[in-house]
Design a protein around this ligand. Structure first.
Ligand code: GUN
Length: 294
């Protein structure tokens, strides 16, 4: 088994992004600027947004975190999004999910100007991605592609099985791996809560992407010998073993599955770090106006 090392790969790509941000500053007199809106006090979301902001600073971007209490109305949130859409000093805007139940995430996603949608969740970006046109690709799938590319994992003609059909990971990942690109050209199966014979389906996978949000869901008996296993899970449990007070678990039973896999991502230190890289790359492209003209 070989490790798909998100720590090493993300550090290398972030160095490149830092250099490109410095070039952008020299040419334009300003830094790429990402705004993240966070609603409420979800512990996981707070950690992720703090990490996104910290990484922006590390590569020389400006970043702004706008926080609202859980009781902000949908109208107020949309008004703020429209203000940011119109602000030429802001390149990228993300609204951290999940949102409280009284706010419709679809309305919020569509309120964001697709030219600033560095999460790649807007239907315009999703449609363009499906057509293989320039667009913002959702950060986690983008990070996974960068990882597969870095390790020169040949995906063409392989069977990819995705566990989970979320808008954020499973669904866009299925589109990307099926496209006529490298990485891509896979025969893709998307499995989900209604899939029958899940084990048999996952066992077919030369590439398995686990994005179901359940600790140790993918066990060794579900994985083919020699498979490439990508673990997207970040399941947080309270722990007195760590400084943060939380321990992270993937969706894959790493100890057992790593005995069978040819390549595997660890948790932590795998896909999570690559997600940040995807977001940073999108923000840089938004600032440069290379995908959509500014
Ligand atoms: N919640 C979990 N992952 C993400 C992400 O990539 N972007 C946003 N906006 N919210 C998330």
């Amino acid at each position: 088994m070989q490790l798909l090392d998100g720590k090493a790969v993300s550090a290398k790509i972030k160095e490149d992004i830092k250099q490109e941000a410095a070039n952008f500053l020299k040419e334009s007199g300003r830094k790429p600027h990402l705004v993240a809106i966070l609603v409420g006090n979800d512990g996981g979301s707070e950690t992720y947004v703090a990490s996104k902001m910290r990484n922006c600073e590390m590569v020389g971007f400006d970043s702004t975190n706008i926080r609202y209490g859980v009781d902000i109305s949908e109208e107020e949130l949309i008004a703020k999004i429209q203000e940011i859409n119109a602000d030429p000093a802001i390149d990228g805007l993300i609204v951290q999910l999940p949102l409280p139940p009284h706010i419709d995430p679809e309305k919020i996603t569509e309120a964001i100007d697709y030219r600033k949608d560095v999460d790649g969740f807007h239907p315009v970006n999703l449609g363009r991605m499906q057509r293989n046109l320039p667009c913002f690709i959702p950060a986690t799938p983008y990070g996974i592609l960068l990882m597969l590319d870095h390790y020169k994992i040949d995906t063409a003609g392989k069977k990819a099985v995705i566990v989970g059909r979320s808008n954020i990971v499973g669904s866009p990942m299925s589109i990307l791996l099926a496209r006529n690109t490298q990485p891509g050209n896979c025969t893709v199966t998307v499995t989900h809560s209604r899939t029958q014979n899940l084990r048999e389906e996952v066992l077919q996978g030369d590439i398995v992407v686990a994005a179901i949000g359940k600790k140790n869901f993918v066990t060794a008996d579900m994985v083919k010998e020699g498979a490439v296993v990508i673990d997207v899970g970040i399941n947080r449990e309270v722990s007195d073993e760590t400084k943060s007070g939380f321990k992270l678990y993937g969706d894959v039973d790493f100890d057992a599955v790593s005995q069978k896999a040819s390549w595997i991502t660890p948790v932590p230190g795998g896909v999570g770090l690559m997600t940040i890289v995807g977001l940073l790359k999108n923000t840089l492209e938004a600032a440069r106006g290379t995908i959509y003209k500014n």
